[in-house]
Design a protein around this ligand. Structure first.
Ligand code: ADE
Ligand code: ZN
Length: 329
């Protein structure tokens, strides 16, 4: 595509990418060989098959199996720096990387050791790859109140220096069961100065996005693609220009939309919503951030100016201060 060089050269930021979900195929194979006996395969071909998902619950199961291979803080640091390398190679200048500390706590890593690894990785990423890394801590919803408590405790009592946000991911359909615990965790995280950056409206409807706005104080929405079913919600998101972290290939791979051509991104733009493009779990979805920009150009007929607008949207929706944003724009 003639836009490939343009997309590559565009200075970009990534707002929605998960740490374990951005582990490269070689890195996952190395971890699987080091910790054999689990469900994660040991060859590249088999891992590619393992990364074909029937639906979101199946994806979540695979994601957990890969998370369980990360056993010590050194692995956490290696994953951050590997992600930073892969993003810097795409001319990504800054990333807000979502870490799920509960998944590392539950295999026995002490919070201070996880934090030390995350802090060290920020410095290494900057020195080796010239990219700024910030962190978002997210609650894995399937683990309920224990996860809310562990994530909040980590964020409040052992925060990495670069921690900017608090989120929630995993299966949205279990949120109602733990409504108060999740809401209380967001209230406390926001009181401590963290930005509220939850997933919502990826696999369930507008009610989850309303919940995120009204009860979590959401400042951006992870995905948010199912907002279109509620015109009043669309009007609210437009009026307040709440950024949506749209991840088109992710939505195809987890079965939210049948093909990229069926993705609602063009409708979100027509409605005047604030759209950013992101990669979510790139090796698991066989994509990259530049791949998402190219896919959007090809599937929806976007041109260079449209892609530049999307890239600028992400810079402006980021947690960078005005000076940090100016360095990229
Ligand atoms: N965790 C990793 N990827 C996710 C996604 N796409 N949605 C919710 N939780 C996730
Ligand atoms: Zn996500």
């Amino acid at each position: 595509s003639p836009l490939t060089a343009f997309v590559d050269a565009l200075p970009k930021v990534e707002l929605h990418v998960h740490l374990v979900g951005s582990a490269s195929v070689p890195t996952v194979l190395e971890l699987a060989r080091r910790h054999p006996g689990g469900p994660v395969p040991l060859t590249e071909e088999a891992l590619r098959d393992f990364y074909v998902f029937r639906d979101f619950p199946h994806f979540a199961e695979v994601y957990l199996a890969v998370s369980d291979l990360v056993r010590d803080p050194e692995d956490v640091a290696t994953l951050v720096v590997g992600t930073a390398r892969d993003l810097a190679a795409q001319n990504v200048r800054y990333v807000e990387l979502t870490v799920t500390p509960y998944s590392h706590q539950r295999v026995g890593m002490p919070m201070p050791a996880i934090t030390e690894a995350l802090d060290r990785a920020v410095r290494d990423a900057r020195e080796r790859h010239g990219i700024r890394v910030a962190y978002i801590f997210d609650i894995p919803a399937e683990f309920g109140e224990d996860a809310a408590r562990g994530t909040l405790d980590h964020a409040l009592n052992h925060p990495p220096e670069a921690l900017v946000g608090f989120g929630i991911g995993g299966d949205e359909s279990v949120r109602a069961k733990h409504r108060d615990a999740f809401r209380d965790a967001f209230t406390a995280a926001r009181a401590a100065g963290l930005r509220s950056l939850p997933h919502a409206g990826e696999m369930t409807g507008p009610e989850t996005i309303w919940e995120a706005l009204e009860h979590y104080g959401a400042e951006r929405i992870g995905h948010g693609t199912n907002c279109l079913a509620d015109p009043r919600l669309v009007a609210h998101l437009r009026e307040h220009q709440i950024p949506l972290e749209v991840c088109p290939t992710s939505n195809v791979c987890t079965g939210q939309v049948a093909t990229i051509a069926d993705h609602p991104l063009p409708h979100l733009l027509e409605e005047g919503l604030y759209v950013t493009l992101n990669s979510d779990d790139p090796p698991m979805f066989n994509t990259t951030l530049t791949g998402e920009y190219r896919a959007a150009a090809e599937a929806f007929g976007l041109g260079a100016a449209d892609l530049a607008d999307l890239a600028r949207n992400a810079v402006r929706a980021s947690c960078l201060d005005a000076a940090g944003q100016r360095e990229i724009l």
